[in-house]
Design a protein around this ligand. Structure first.
Ligand SMILES: Cc1ncc(COP(=O)(O)O)c(C=O)c1O
Length: 221
């Protein structure tokens, strides 16, 4: 029988002040939303432990669930979307590698230059109207020559849904994936809002994640 998620111990009622619901709807951003009382209660009741020793069944179940839903071999729970994106850059690239990505994406605009400081990579941006990266433009920027002065193309990054609110159609993702495959270059998907993208396209999330090697998704959006 599947275990309840998250694993629970004997429930204790949270103090009312913490459970109080916000009284207004704030439409500035999806990042200002609050967890519902049920979400807070589930967190409060969750069994926790030292994750390094593998003693945290809640995190383990969350990671297994995420890997299953996203169609990947494994998942890692990290504290923020920035953290997840930076881990992807570090995992796929060597220092000095070049990353091809949209000029208005989160990694370029909102990660305080972390790609340079933390991962030590160079960003090669492409104009991406509506968040869509044209596969033909990516193709032109992939370093294929044997010039010893040139950086190596280490990664292509996509963002879907884009933080400008646009959703990249599946066909555009596939076109990028096909070019990446031809050159054996990995693809990372900033999927902070991937569940919104799948809902908009009316497809399974795995229809999107089939076109990337790694994906970051946010539980806060
Ligand atoms: C597209 C995108 N990627 C990454 C992030 C980073 O997420 P976090 O704020 O959890 O670091 C955000 C945050 O809004 C985002 O919109």
């Amino acid at each position: 029988m599947p275990l309840p998620f998250p694993p629970t111990r004997q429930p204790t009622r949270l103090p009312c002040a913490i459970l109080r619901e916000p009284t207004m709807i704030d439409v500035r951003s999806d990042t200002v939303t609050h967890p519902t009382p049920a979400m807070r209660q589930a967190m409060f009741d969750a069994v926790v432990g030292d994750d390094v020793y593998g003693d945290d069944p809640t995190v383990q179940q969350l990671e297994t669930l995420a890997a299953t839903i996203l169609g990947k071999e494994a998942a890692l729970f990290v504290p923020s979307g920035n953290f997840g994106n930076q881990l992807a850059l570090l995992s796929h690239c060597q220092r000095g590698d070049e990353v091809i990505l949209g000029d208005d994406c989160h990694i370029v605009w909102h990660e305080t230059g972390g790609a340079a400081v933390i991962a030590g990579v160079q960003l090669r941006t492409i104009a991406s109207p509506d968040g869509v990266l044209a596969a033909t433009e990516i193709q032109k920027r992939i370093r294929t020559g044997d010039d010893i002065h040139a950086p190596r193309t280490g990664l292509i990054c996509l963002e879907n849904a884009h933080s400008n609110g646009r959703v990249i159609p599946l066909a555009d993702m596939q076109a990028v994936w096909d070019v990446a495959q031809q050159h054996a270059i990995p693809v990372h998907l900033d999927g902070a809002r991937i569940f919104n993208a799948a809902a908009h396209l009316g497809c399974d999330v795995r229809d999107l994640t089939q076109y990337c090697d790694t994906v970051m998704c946010c539980l806060s959006k």
